[in-house]
Design a protein around this ligand. Structure first.
Ligand SMILES: O=C(O)CCC(=O)C(=O)O
Ligand SMILES: [Fe+2]
Length: 265
């Protein structure tokens, strides 16, 4: 794993709000990540009403953006081993410039053959904490290309975003109704080979194109919460009982629900 960061990489992440690390996983690691993700997704698909995947209505637009399975590490031991790797937390925490990293949720995002584009959005406004330092990791399990739905970013938007968002819906550019001023910024399109990791700030505008190929575009991702983040009143993926016990401003420090995978020494 290419988990040592250079000063240039950190500076680029802070400036642009995203960073691509090609060859993050070596060939052997990539094989393990592919197998683990494929198995965990297949197992999750047998769960008809878990609420932890989006394939209950396969005809909906959203289900054809990607097959989305969240919190796979909670039910799959092999995925748990991958996701709890402190090296991932260290990379995320070092880029974000924070002292500790908790898992918000992992998610597999498998864009199917001829899948819909991923509408432009911000990540952090979906979540139950509001932070300018939240960070997501997206690992390409297949080559992500211009034709199968690689990611694209509007650089620098993490410094400008106001926590207002648009959903990942049928209107691909809905986010630019919320932030019309970002239409003036050129997007950076990010094709990358399988095994690459892309990290982005939770407030950086991003989307992905349609998959115009007959193969799937697999990615395994994880959303990270800086340690010390507080509850903002949104439920998102919090278990019902825990959600109901929280008050706005409470620190989200439950080590089972949001495991602390790295702390600065
Ligand atoms: O994989 C995609 O199409 C979108 C990924 C994304 O939005 C994310 O990882 O935050
Ligand atoms: Fe996203």
């Amino acid at each position: 794993m290419k988990n040592r960061l250079t000063a240039e990489q950190i500076a680029s992440y802070r400036d642009n709000g995203f960073l691509i690390i090609e060859g993050f996983l070596d060939d052997q690691e990539l094989e393990i990540w592919r197998k683990t993700t494929d198995q965990a997704v297949a197992d999750r698909m047998t769960d008809s009403d878990s609420g932890l995947h989006n394939q209950t209505n396969k005809d909906s637009y959203y289900s054809q953006v990607f097959t989305q399975c969240i919190k796979l590490a909670d039910t799959d031991e092999s995925m748990r081993t991958l996701m709890h790797d402190p090296r991932l937390g260290e990379v995320a925490g070092t880029l974000a410039g924070v002292d500790g990293i908790r898992i918000w949720h992992d998610q597999a995002l498998i864009k199917p053959p001829y899948g819909n584009p991923t509408g432009w959005h911000l990540d952090n406004p979906y979540w139950s904490f509001s932070s300018r330092d939240a960070i997501s990791m997206w690992i390409a399990l297949d080559d992500a290309t211009l034709t199968n739905g690689c990611l694209a970013y509007i650089p620098g938007t993490h410094k400008l975003a106001r926590f207002e968002n648009s959903g990942i819906g049928e209107n691909f550019g809905a986010l630019f109704k919320v932030y019309p001023e970002w239409l003036a910024i050129d997007p950076v399109i990010c094709p990358c080979p399988a095994g690459s990791a892309v990290f982005h700030n939770g407030l950086t505008a991003h989307g992905a194109g349609a998959n115009i190929t007959n193969k799937m575009r697999r990615a395994m991702t994880c959303a990270y919460m800086p340690d010390g983040s507080t509850f903002n009143g949104l439920q998102n993926v919090l278990p019902k009982e825990y959600f109901e016990s929280l008050r706005v401003g409470d620190v989200l420090d439950d080590d089972i629900i949001n495991p602390l995978i790295w702390k600065r020494q």
